[in-house]
Every structure is written in structure tokens, then in C-alpha cells.
Design a protein around this ligand. Sequence first.
Ligand code: SF4
Length: 361
Amino acid sequence: MNVRDSEVICGLLKNSGYKICGDEKQADVIILNTCSVRQHAEDRVWSQIGSFKKAGNKRLIIGVVGCMAKNYAEKIFERAPDVDFVVGPQDIHKIPEILSKISKDNLFERKVWEVDGSIRPNEIYHNSFYQEKEHAYLVISEGCSNFCSYCVVPFVRGRLRHRELKNIVKEAEDAVAGGLTRITLLGQNVNAYKDGDVNFTKLLQRLDKIAGLKQLTFFTSHPKDTHPDFFKAIRDSEKLLKSLHLPLQSGSDRILKAMNRGYSAKEYLALIDSYRKIVKGALLTSDIIVGFPGESEDDFKQTYDLVKKAEFNAAYIFKYSPRPHTEALKMADDVEKADKEKRHAKLLELQRGISNKKNAK
Ligand code: SF4
């Protein structure tokens, strides 16, 4: 999602007369598009801002945009005085105007922040800027209303909003007309997509018909909105990659409930079983969090056993870190750091073995 947002920002700036340069030392403007999903991602941004010291280039403009901007707003200026502007994810269309204002008025001592927007104009997506030559990311929905208890996304990206079918189709057709042949659809929960009577399956079927498009894929899916009928659509499509990213997060029902995930371990297993039966030879990947508040050794063992059974082709395994605004922040972060590390390493080792075995096949 952030890669696509960065492309959108580059497109907006190019259309306003800026050039994208490959070397930050040559740049007049540096914009950091940030992620707040884990503490680690934020720590990296703080240290990176520090490396863009303005000493060498007094006119350098530094902007922080995206989820950290929404999270910290004007407080960013206190911690990073070199930053000139801060723009939240729903306000990125204002960046060219902000830059022009800052440069024209020469207000380098003045700080600008825009973080309260709720809607992005659809036009920002039609700027035909793509980093890759053959592949396009295409946003179908923004935000999320699921409120998993550990997740900051609904607070920084807002509630779920679906883009209109006609705008998605136009963007896809324009991308293909411009020579791109592969498209990845993006949303925090693509399977919840809806525009009138068009659901995600119908959207895929519509995009599947675009002549010249060779490959279609999507992420992320939420198990509670993913149904066997949808697997048949994957099976029957010529262009859809036979691949599904279906975050598990935990194999313990107690923890899944505390995470507000809306499914049980048994339901998850039944779902992937049906997926593999319907889409033969398909790939399956997942996300897992270890060390969520209250996770006991037994809860972890249930996750470990489920990962063993599920045999994911790959899985992203994270150590829990408390995020602002979330329900989980109110719970005690009571799994010792050493235990988080141990569980993380153990699960990683298990998954590595499974991945190697599957890849060798
Ligand atoms: S589904 Fe849950 S984890 Fe995913 S973005 Fe929404 S709230 Fe966050």
C-alpha cells in the first residue's frame, strides 16, 4: 500500500513539474513515506530523518508523510526539527500545493501539517506513474473497519472505503494500454470489496476480461471474509495467480478472540483445506504474531502446531509491539522480551524448514 502511495506522490509531483531523482544528495525535496504498523518501522524512520542533516543544503525541504504523520502530527517537528511538512495518508493530494507554498513563500522556519483529511480524490490514482515497467499496484479500497486489537491501521488510514468499480476498471485499462501486463490489487481486506452488487469475486471476473492483461493477483485477504465460492473464482480465472495470502496471526482461539480476529483456529484450518482442494497446487502464505499480550506457552504451542499442519509456502512472523490507539495497548505487554525472541526464532525455524521442503518440490 505504501509503495503505491509513494508512486501516487511521485506522479502528483511530476505533474506539477518536479523531477524524481535517484540520489538523495542531489534532491531539493526528500519525502519519507512512513509506516506505523510496528515500532521497528517507526524507529528506522526517526533514525533516517536524522541522516538528512540540512547542513549541506540549506534549502532542502524534508517531508514526513503516511501513517507516522497521522500518528504524531505536529509532534514530529519537536523530535525532528529538520522536518518542514507533515502530511497524513488521506491528505497526500495536497503535497504539491504545500511544496509550492513552502518554496514560494520561503517559509523555511514555518512548519506545515495536514493530517485530518478523510477522502482522497479519485483522480490522484490516474497519474500513470509506476515504478516497474510491467507491473502495476492498484488500490481497490482504502482503510479498514475491522479493528483487530493490535492494529493501528483503522486509526491512521481511516475506516474502510471502497473505490468505485468504474474507476478501478479505468485505471487497470489505462495501465494495460500503457504497456503494463501484471496487476496486483491492494486493500487491507480485499475480500470485503463492494460497489453496489459487485463484490470482490465479480470485480476479479471483470478485470480478468481486460485484453492484454496477463496476470492478476491481490492482497490482503481476511479469513472472516474469505469463502469457498471465492476459491472457485481463483481456480476458474486464467489470469489470476493461484496464490493466496491469508493472515493467521495465532493458532490459539483465546488469543484470536483477544485479537478480535473473528474466526477460530478450526475455521481457519477448514478454510485452507477447502482452498487447497479447490485450487489444486495453489500457494498459501500467511502472517503470524508471537508474544501478543497474555500469550502463554500453551497458546504459542497451539500456533506452532497449526503452522506445522498448515504447511504455508511462506509466512511473515512478527514479534508483537504495542501500537498507539489500539485496544491491545490497554492490555499488559506481559510476554518477556526473551520469550518473544525465543518463540519468534522457534517458529521461524519451523517455517523455514517447511518453506525449503516446499520450494525444493
Ligand atoms: S484486518 Fe485487522 S490487521 Fe488487517 S488492517 Fe484491518 S484492523 Fe489491521
